[in-house]
Design a protein around this ligand. Structure first.
Ligand SMILES: NC(=O)c1ccc[n+]([C@@H]2O[C@H](COP(=O)([O-])OP(=O)(O)OC[C@H]3O[C@@H](n4cnc5c(N)ncnc54)[C@H](OP(=O)(O)O)[C@@H]3O)[C@@H](O)[C@H]2O)c1
Length: 245
């Protein structure tokens, strides 16, 4: 496993799903890990889960609130951050004709402007040679019905990744991870039966024959943070979604 000894990592969205799995991997690789999210309860539960791998510092932060982001950054170590990973977002689905424009704009607040704001606020604290990893998703390049806003916001994140890689290099590297469907708490609000059907049917449509696990995406996050020759890239970790029929 790649060593992250002496590296400091902030995972915004680290209290759940892919962010939590990434925190686990970074701890296993020897990094000092900070996780951030809105709910103190979720952060406490994540911290208790992660205690099997090491101790984490938790930060309460809402990416859509500039003040809360600035306050959280002030709570980071003076010595700085090596790697910033931002998984935090909420999904919004709906037919183009029906989805309220305010909801579509809220999605951009959460999934584009949130990470944009966090990355900007963290910049002065990032150590030379560090990295930023943002999250998009398969809908950027393989659209889905009722997912136009989600596809568009993923595309915006990917464009931001490429532009920041150019602008922030060589001091920092910037990459994106684009997951396919992964079993996480993001789908916790769905009725169990509908969720299982969605996992089964989506999985059956993929070359790998199943949906993904958060730990499989976390492997890519560690790779993006650790590979010093990788920047401006979107890593598709999607079970073959891009090539499915
Ligand atoms: N799971 C999938 O199938 C899938 C597919 C494609 C792309 N993705 C992308 O992968 C990323 C991670 O998804 P996931 O499935 O791991 O999600 P998840 O399990 O729902 O976790 C989201 C995390 O972000 C935090 N968060 C949400 N909104 C926030 C905000 N405004 N400020 C601060 N923290 C916030 C949540 O904690 P609080 O609620 O406590 O704030 C939680 O820790 C997302 O960008 C998602 O769009 C996921």
């Amino acid at each position: 496993m790649m060593s992250m000894k002496d590296k400091t990592v902030l995972i915004v969205g680290g209290s759940s799903g892919i962010g939590l799995a990434s925190a686990e991997r970074f701890l296993q690789s020897g990094a000092s890990v900070h996780i951030a999210g809105r709910s103190t309860d979720r952060l406490d539960k994540a911290s208790a889960h992660l205690s099997a791998f090491g101790s984490v510092n938790t930060l309460r932060l809402d990416t859509t609130d500039a003040r809360s982001v600035e306050d959280a950054m002030a709570g980071l170590p003076e010595s700085g951050l090596d790697h910033l990973v931002i998984t935090a977002s909420q999904g919004v689905h709906g037919r183009f004709a029906d989805l309220a424009i305010e909801d579509a704009m809220g999605l951009f607040d959460s999934k584009f402007w949130g990470p944009y704001r966090v990355a900007r606020a963290a910049l002065p604290r990032m150590r030379d040679g560090g990295s930023i990893t943002l999250f998009s998703g398969v809908l950027s390049r393989r659209p889905g019905v009722n997912c136009s806003a989600l596809g568009a916001v993923n595309g915006a994140v990917e464009a931001l990744v490429r532009a920041l890689a150019l602008e922030l290099g060589p001091r920092l590297r910037v990459n994106g991870v684009s997951p396919g469907m992964v079993r996480t708490e993001a789908y916790a609000g769905m009725p169990e039966e509908a969720r299982d059907t969605m996992y089964r049917e989506t999985g059956a449509s993929l070359p790998v024959g199943r949906v993904g696990a958060a730990s499989e995406i976390a492997e890519a996050v560690l790779f993006a943070a650790g590979n010093a020759y990788l920047t401006g890239q979107i890593l598709d970790v999607d079970g073959g979604h891009m090539v499915r029929q």
